[in-house]
Design a protein around this ligand. Structure first.
Ligand code: AMP
Ligand code: MG
Length: 415
């Protein structure tokens, strides 16, 4: 029996897509089947860019003691009243307070304690007189300026008060957030587990990434491109190598341990398109053929309870399908926003663009003098066109395109 005679119900090989799912319906299905994975505790060294799985409430105040914000003298502000260059007031220096080494006694009237930035304010003192406002004279100082109570003193809890919420669950941690977490005494926090994403690159014509193309064989572009995209979106890419166009090999590869499976190639209706057939046979493929351009031969299904995204092998279509579906799944599983991580700008079209009604179109564009224009080449096999492009525009399915001058939203590939 040939692969085609063995065809399952729903297997569209060599028949073509008779009905295409709308982009909106495909996204709804994807969203319904992807949500944040369970959390894991991770040390602060490993949480930059990751998503907090829990609310963080501080058990401590930061700082936990009143501290000096200047190098100078801790004293009673009231005693400096009226001090000036022509009214230098003497105080006795009774000791010093250094960072981590506080002065143990108390400051009384007529006294001061030498203090450094970050050191604890001694009992009895309520302000710090900066060293520039003092004339030192042995064990005495002459005060040259007045300070008010609390001046140059960092209050208890000025940064963070004990009991307050520091971060909400779902926050993507920035480097400074990690500093804040450390400041409240945390060494580990619960973050959403990074999705493990199995990349299944299919194609008998493919040579491993980085090989020199030879004869009728081409080097794998999609494997390394998908790895980079997945890692950008917070996933852990798993790609042990090219999988031949055989249903058994593809099925086995799709069944390896992972949270999400992205298959490159074999997603369409050709004779060698085994990926779709295997998902239909061993799982479900409710969406196969989507009303978008390029990458209409995209499939979304479930195998062993995991989402499988069938991406077209044509590299531009592969990128486009990743942008619409694969990346969204990775981000949602990792607790990130579903939205594109691309910066968006609104710019006028430098030339008119035409588009097919009935499909959402992913159009690669270049920035030109104050506007934007489509990258000349159209085919979805010309991957270098996406490198020449600065970004893309999505033309909605109900649009025939736009005249020159129309402002459009451009999603920029570069941050
Ligand atoms: P397929 O979707 O498998 O029918 O492939 C469509 C086209 O994309 C064919 O010309 C393939 O040779 C090409 N192609 C498939 N996979 C890759 C890949 N990983 N890298 C570069 N080109 C590919
Ligand atoms: Mg193929």
């Amino acid at each position: 029996m040939t692969a085609l005679e063995n065809r399952q119900p729903g297997d569209v090989r060599m028949r073509g897509f008779t009905r295409r799912t709308t982009l909106a319906d495909a996204l709804d299905w994807l969203d319904a089947h992807t949500g944040p994975l369970a959390s894991e505790a991770a040390p602060l060294e490993d949480v930059c860019g990751r998503v907090l799985a829990e609310e963080i409430r501080s058990e401590v105040s930061v700082p936990g003691f009143s501290r000096s914000m200047m190098d100078g003298y801790a004293l009673r502000a009231g005693e400096t009243e009226g001090a000036g260059p022509y009214n230098r007031l003497p105080l006795a220096v009774i000791g010093e307070s250094m960072p981590g080494q506080p002065f143990e006694g108390a400051v009384a009237a007529g006294e001061a304690v030498r203090i450094m930035t970050g050191a604890a304010l001694p009992e009895g003192a309520d302000a710090v007189l900066p060293v520039e406002r003092v004339e030192a004279a042995g064990e005495r100082i002459l005060v040259l300026a007045a300070v008010s109570p609390g001046q140059h003193v960092g209050r208890v809890g000025e940064d963070i008060t004990a009991g307050s919420v520091v971060f909400q669950a779902g926050r993507r941690l920035r480097p400074q957030d990690i500093g804040v977490l450390s400041s409240i005494g945390l060494a580990r926090v619960a973050v959403v587990r990074r999705p493990r994403v199995r990349i299944v690159v299919t194609g008998n014509e493919l040579l491993p990434a980085g090989s020199r193309p030879e004869g009728c064989r081409i080097a794998d572009s999609n494997g390394p491109m998908l790895r980079a995209l997945i890692e950008r979106d917070g996933g852990l890419a798993i790609n042990p190598g090219i999988v031949p166009d055989s249903s058994e090999a593809i099925l086995e590869a799709m069944r390896t341990e992972a949270d999400l499976v992205l298959v490159s190639g074999g997603s369409s209706v050709g004779q060698e398109d085994h990926a779709a057939a295997m998902v239909i046979k061993h799982g479900t493929l409710p969406i196969h053929g989507i009303a978008i351009r390029p990458s209409s031969p995209t499939g979304l299904g479930l195998l062993d309870g995991r989402v499988v995204v069938l991406l077209p092998g044509n590299p531009v279509a592969c990128l486009c399908a990743y942008d619409f579906f694969g990346g969204r799944a990775v981000r949602r599983l990792g607790g990130r926003p579903s939205d594109w991580p691309y910066r968006r700008v609104s710019l006028p079209l430098a030339r008119k663009i035409a588009s097919t009604v009935g499909r959402d179109e992913y159009l690669r564009v270049r920035l030109v003098d104050g506007g934007v224009e489509p990258v000349a080449i159209g085919g979805s096999s010309v991957l270098s066109s996406t490198s020449r492009a600065d970004g893309f525009v999505v033309i909605p399915c109900d649009s025939e395109g736009y005249p020159a001058g129309t402002p459009v939203t451009v999603y920029l590939y570069d941050p």
